[in-house]
Design a protein around this ligand. Sequence first.
Ligand SMILES: Cc1ncc(COP(=O)(O)O)c(C=O)c1O
Length: 380
Amino acid sequence: MRFQTKAIHAGQEPDEKTGAVITPLYQNVTHVMDEPGIHRGFDYVRTVNPTRTALEKCLASLEGADYCTCFASGMAAAAAVTSVLKPGDHAVASHHIYAGTHRFFSKIIAAYGIIFTFVETEDPTNVRAALRDNTRLVWIETPSNPLGTLSDIRAISEISHASPSRPFVVVDSTMASPACQQPLALGADVVHHSTTKYISGHLDVLGGALLTSREDLREKFHYFQNATGPTPSPFDNWLTLRGVRTLGIRMRAHEQNAQAVAEFLNQHPRIEFVSYPGLPGHPQHELAKRQMTGFSGMVAATISGGVPAAKEFLSKLKVFTLAESLGGLESLISHSATMTHAPLSPEERGEQGITDGLMRLSVGIEDEEDLIEDLRQALA
Ligand SMILES: Cc1ncc(COP(=O)(O)O)c(C=O)c1O
């Protein structure tokens, strides 16, 4: 089966008992036992739930994974990854990374005696140089949020797996979705998703997922999920499954619009910098063509004139909505210096390449002409 067929059918056979074609919402906590200790595969909702199982099977099939474990948020899924580590272990992570993941690793997990080294994983030799005898985890985010830089999944997986401590490689593929990138096929051990974004696709549900074909890791993720309880609610699973059924066609529409938006901004005199993997001028366009099956819908752009110019431009937009998050049907835009990265000092922002005029566009699936007209009038 191909991608969009799997999105609609995998894990979603008609309900055995009632024949319901759409996977029912099993909004229940507990299941009857046939005998003490003998059940029909489902006992208690924290451990397992039929709607969640359907979602997990569907996501696993889309990523080409043997296993999927769903969580209540992308950050909860990241917490499950770090549960594999012990005090004294070392981890390498991308320098250009979602700010919440950086905060989680450097402020929360580092306090438990796990040492993080953040490097520019855009150059795989930086990963090689950072690996130590006790490195157990390599975490890369590609494309990165918000700058849209790429890391070479195959090269980094090969380098990591060849090192003596054989760290496992996790790819946060949230910005791509499985429709545009399948990291396990490129050698990664685990794919991480904030399903809040493209996978659920409608900006109405929070969730996360870990996908792997390594049974040892799947067991640890599931153990963590069951032991600590960051499980998504049945309704959240149902909403996410409903969203994922259109992932393939949505991503094609996001990509088509994002390419048009990136090309428009790229030739506009008020725009200093545009990052979109689908632009031939993107420094890693060749890598994008090699490792991605689509360029997704996220564009980063810097307006000249810094914060005042960005604020003026944003106030004039009529179709793009000023809001955080990404991956929904509607086009969203955020201004990094005053929104997502406001807690950082100007120096820290500078180190991360977050300039005062930088904006992140999550290009939606409205009509392309309306998006371009909106940007044109706001830049006029
Ligand atoms: C790339 C990336 N990873 C992880 C997360 C965290 O996901 P969640 O908000 O679902 O916890 C986000 C959220 O924006 C993200 O953009």
